[in-house]
Design a protein around this ligand. Structure first.
Ligand code: DX5
Ligand code: ZN
Length: 245
């Protein structure tokens, strides 16, 4: 991947730096819009960024890999048109993620994470190359019940490892502390430039343990969006580990 010079397919992607590969600071906080008010989604995205969110986590679900439906390609294109400076971290919880790499690149995704449970090893390697060739960074997600060792052969090839601290599918579930051991396992095996994102049940109360374990991107839906907009900056500051409750 080091010698590739990918050409982003979405015009705005060419001008926006990727905070996952070129972080302006660490840790990064990624508000997950799954728990936003969908009737006012553009406004909600803007609120989360103005409150200090570094990038927006965008959950896509197909009702097959996970038992829920969420967000799609056209919604992302509309949000990107409304917020051209926003960086979208797209988390694909779908079967056949290979079919959607180009559509999400064209819609304005800057990063694409797919699930290890959705694809076998050889096809995963090919998909990683495809996503890089489309100009996006690549993440590999490991669902809560999946043993972390299944990711061993792919860790060296991705820009980000997404450790789920819940079973993927819904916002608002309780954080499973088993994620801390998984994060430590990954951090011992990847270079410091590989991001480790944690997703699911993440709130200010978990931040310091997660950061100490080696996570450097915190995705949070309920903690950011199920509080009033004037509380979001404080929540994001606490997630960054600068203040603790
Ligand atoms: C769930 C999604 C998460 C979800 C997290 O499968 O991948 O990104 O939005 O929601 P909270 O932070 O409420 O657990
Ligand atoms: Zn997610």
């Amino acid at each position: 991947m080091g010698l590739r010079l990918p050409m982003p397919t979405h015009p705005e992607s060419r001008t926006i730096s990727n905070p996952l590969t070129h972080p302006p600071r660490l840790p990064l906080v990624a508000p997950s819009i799954l728990a936003a008010d969908y009737a006012r989604l553009g406004e909600e995205c803007r609120s989360a960024l103005e409150a200090g969110g570094d990038l927006l986590h965008y959950d896509v679900m197909d009702g097959h890999l996970v038992p829920n439906l969420a967000l799609g390609v056209d919604m992302l294109a509309s949000l990107k048109a409304d917020l051209p400076e926003a960086f979208f971290d797209v988390h694909l919880m779908i079967e056949r993620p290979d079919l959607f790499a180009k559509p999400f690149a064209d819609a304005g995704a800057g990063h694409l994470t797919f699930h290890i449970e959705a694809i076998d090893g050889d096809n995963a390697r090919a998909l990683i190359d495809t996503i890089h060739d489309l100009g996006m960074s690549v993440g590999l997600a490991i669902d809560g019940p999946t043993p972390i060792e299944q990711a061993d052969n792919l860790l060296a090839h991705v820009d980000l490892v997404l450790v789920m601290a819940i079973r993927a599918g819904f916002a608002g579930q309780a954080f499973d502390p088993a994620a801390l051991d998984k994060i430590r396992y990954v951090r011992e095996r990847v270079p410091a430039t590989t991001r480790i994102e944690v997703d699911g049940g993440v709130g200010p109360g978990q931040a310091s343990a997660l950061l100490r374990a080696g996570a450097d991107v915190l995705a949070a839906a309920s903690a950011v969006f199920r509080v009033s907009p004037d509380q979001r900056a404080s929540v994001i500051t606490q997630l960054r580990g600068l203040e603790h409750q």
